[in-house]
Design a protein around this ligand. Structure first.
Ligand code: ZN
Ligand code: FE
Length: 256
């Protein structure tokens, strides 16, 4: 088994396109389908033919190119059961805990309600890869459109249980703004301060900040650090529940 190859590129204004390719079988999956042109160009650049789309949620900036890509490549579209009616061209719906085969690997479906009610992440344990779209960003968390903070906190805990070295591919390049906000609730965190400098340097050099890892997020993502004493003190929530601290941080970001 050869390692999967991954191509990341920008779609629309700040969406990430992510292509996942198996050099042995030729199978190629696009994580979501934000933009036809950018995805087709990326596939051509690498000489890959799209066989699958793994849809994470129904938002238009994640499903816009589903039908066009399906028409062009005849690819199979998988997506969350709970949002099946809102996902164009869906062939197979998947639910929490489902496992399916891709390129000789097992892909596990992890339901992460919060950003949308049916949002799913795709996890490939063999390769240590997580595709988290709009649930987990570098130092951030998706906006809560369809479910309350308590649900998102529960979703976050599922992702925090994955191995620290899991590489996380996320849906948007929001990293600079996330870092700036994270420093307002976790200003005394030296790892966060160092990372904030690193991501600024990357962006200034025209580079992206994808991927991250679960381990790095546990050290720098304020939504994963709700138990941290210094964050709690900073928020005046020393004795609050983890869930309430999570909700407070999310609310502050909405107003940031
Ligand atoms: Zn979204
Ligand atoms: Fe999005």
């Amino acid at each position: 088994m050869k390692p999967l190859e991954i191509e990341t590129f920008l779609c629309r204004s700040d969406n990430f396109g992510v292509l996942l390719h198996d050099p042995v079988s030729g199978a190629t999956a696009s994580i979501d389908a934000p933009e036809e042109k950018a995805i087709v160009e990326a596939a051509k650049r690498r000489g890959w033919t799209l066989t699958h789309i793994f849809t994470t949620h129904h938002h238009h900036d994640h499903v816009d190119a589903n039908l066009a890509l399906k028409e062009q490549f005849g690819c199979t579209i998988l997506g969350p059961h709970g949002e099946a009616v809102a996902i164009p061209g869906l062939d197979k719906s998947v639910m929490d805990g489902d496992e399916f085969e891709f390129a000789g690997r097992t892909v596990k479906v992890i339901e992460t309600p919060g950003h949308t009610a049916g949002h799913v992440c795709y996890y490939i344990a063999e390769d240590g890869l997580l595709f988290a779209a709009d649930t987990l960003f570098a130092m951030g968390c998706g906006r809560l459109f369809e479910r309350p903070a308590a649900d998102m906190w529960h979703s976050f805990q599922k992702l925090m249980a994955l191995p620290d070295d899991t590489e996380v591919y996320f849906g948007h390049e929001y990293t600079i703004s996330n870092a700036r906000f994270a420093l307002t609730v976790d200003p005394d965190n030296p790892v966060l301060r160092a990372r904030s400098g690193e991501v600024s340097a990357l962006r200034n050099a025209g580079k992206f900040t994808i991927p991250t890892t679960i381990g790095l997020e546990k050290q720098t993502n304020p939504y994963m650090r709700v138990a941290n004493a210094s964050i709690r003190q900073h928020l005046g929530m020393t004795d609050a529940s983890d869930e309430d601290v999570f909700a407070e941080i999310r609310t502050r970001k909405d107003n940031f």
